[in-house]
Write a protein that binds this ligand. Structure first.
Ligand SMILES: Cc1ncc(C[n+]2csc(CCOP(=O)(O)OP(=O)(O)O)c2C)c(N)n1
Length: 279
C-alpha cells in the first residue's frame, strides 16, 4: 500500500515555501509520467507562483472552498492542470493520492481544470485567453458589491497573444480595479517556439502600463520575493506582475527547451528529474 502523502500548512517562511515548491515539482513529474501526458515545462515554470499564492498569500480555506469572502484564483493557462492539482491537493483541498488518476478514464482530474469536479477550482480553463476576462468579471463583482477580497489570474506569456486578454486589460485599467492582479508566467516559450519569434510581446510592461496598470517585475522562482509582491496591492490600478521564469525549471535537461512543452519523461529521465528536484 502506498504511504500517506503529507500535506503542508500555510507558511510565510521563504525556506518552507521553497521546500513545498520542491515537493510540488516532484509530484508534477510523477503525475505526468504516470498519466503519460501533460505539460511538464509550463507546470515547472509556474510552480513557485502557485506555491507562494496557495501556501501563503491567498485568503482561502481548503475545508470550506466556497467561503463567500475567499480570494479568487484563476489558472488561465489551464493546460498546466498537473501543477494546479498538485498544489491544491498538497494544500488540503483533496487527497494528494487522487492526483495519481490524472487524465485516466472517469477521473475528475481532467487535462484541464473543471470547477464542477474539483474543489478549489473557480473557473474552467484550457482554451487560452479566457482567464483574465473571467477574473475581470469577478473583480467587477467585488467592486459593485463593496467587497474587499482579491482576484488573482495566472496567464502564460504565449497566451497573451490572445486578444481577449487585452480587452480585459483595457476594461480593468478603465475601471481602476485594484483588487485584480494578473501574474504573467514569463518563461519566454509557448508551444513549438519562443514567444518573441512567434508574435513579439515586448515591451510587455509598457503595454500593461499603457492600459492603466501598475507593473512589477519579479524573479518568478524566488518564492520569498513572489510572496512579498503578491501580498501587497496597489491603489486605484490593477496590477500586473511579470514573473521571469524558466520553462522546465529545476530539471537540467528540460530547462528552456521548448520540446518539453508537451513531452513526457521516460523512466530513466523521471529518476534523474526526481533526484535533481529533491536537492
Ligand atoms: C485558444 C487556444 N489555442 C491553442 C491552444 C493549444 N495550446 C495549449 S498550451 C499552448 C501554448 C501556451 O503557451 P504559454 O501561454 O506561454 O504557456 P506555457 O509556456 O507557460 O506552458 C497552446 C498554443 C489552447 N489551449 N487554446
Amino acid at each position: 500500500m502506498r504511504a500517506v502523502e503529507p500535506t503542508f500548512e500555510r507558511t510565510a517562511d521563504p525556506e518552507n515555501l521553497q521546500h513545498i515548491a520542491s515537493a510540488v515539482r516532484q509530484k508534477i513529474v510523477r503525475t505526468i509520467a504516470l498519466a503519460g501526458l501533460g505539460h511538464v515545462g509550463g507546470d515547472l515554470s509556474v510552480t513557485d507562483i502557485l506555491t507562494a499564492l496557495y501556501f501563503d498569500v491567498l485568503d482561502i480555506d481548503p475545508a470550506n472552498p466556497l467561503k463567500p469572502d475567499r480570494d479568487r484564483f484563476i489558472l488561465s493557462k489551464g493546460h498546466c492542470a498537473a501543477a494546479f492539482y498538485s498544489v491544491l491537493s498538497l494544500r488540503g483541498f483533496f487527497d494528494p493520492a487522487a492526483v495519481d488518476t490524472f487524465m485516466k478514464p472517469l477521473s475528475p482530474l481532467n487535462g484541464h481544470p473543471n470547477r464542477r469536479k474539483i474543489p478549489g477550482v473557480e473557473a474552467n480553463t484550457g482554451p487560452l485567453g479566457h482567464g483574465l476576462p473571467i477574473g475581470l468579471g469577478a473583480a467587477i463583482g467585488a467592486k459593485v458589491t463593496g467587497q474587499s477580497w482579491r482576484t488573482f489570474v495566472v496567464v502564460g506569456d504565449g497566451e497573451l497573444q490572445e486578444g481577449s486578454n487585452w480587452e480585459a486589460a483595457m476594461a480593468a485599467g478603465h475601471r481602476g480595479l485594484d483588487t485584480l492582479t494578473v501574474i504573467v508566467d514569463r518563461n519566454r516559450f509557448q508551444q513549438g517556439a519562443g514567444t518573441e519569434a512567434t508574435n513579439r510581446l515586448e515591451p510587455l510592461a509598457d503595454k500593461f502600463r499603457a492600459f492603466g496598470w501598475d507593473v512589477i517585475d519579479v524573479d518568478g522562482h524566488d518564492v520569498g520575493a513572489l510572496r512579498d509582491v503578491l501580498a501587497t496591492r496597489g491603489s486605484g490600478k490593477p496590477r500586473a506582475i511579470i514573473a521571469k521564469t524558466n520553462k522546465g525549471r529545476g530539471v537540467s535537461f528540460m530547462e528552456d527547451l521548448v520540446d518539453w512543452h508537451h513531452k513526457v519523461p521516460n523512466a530513466e529521465q523521471v529518476e534523474l528529474a526526481l533526484k535533481e528536484l529533491a536537492r
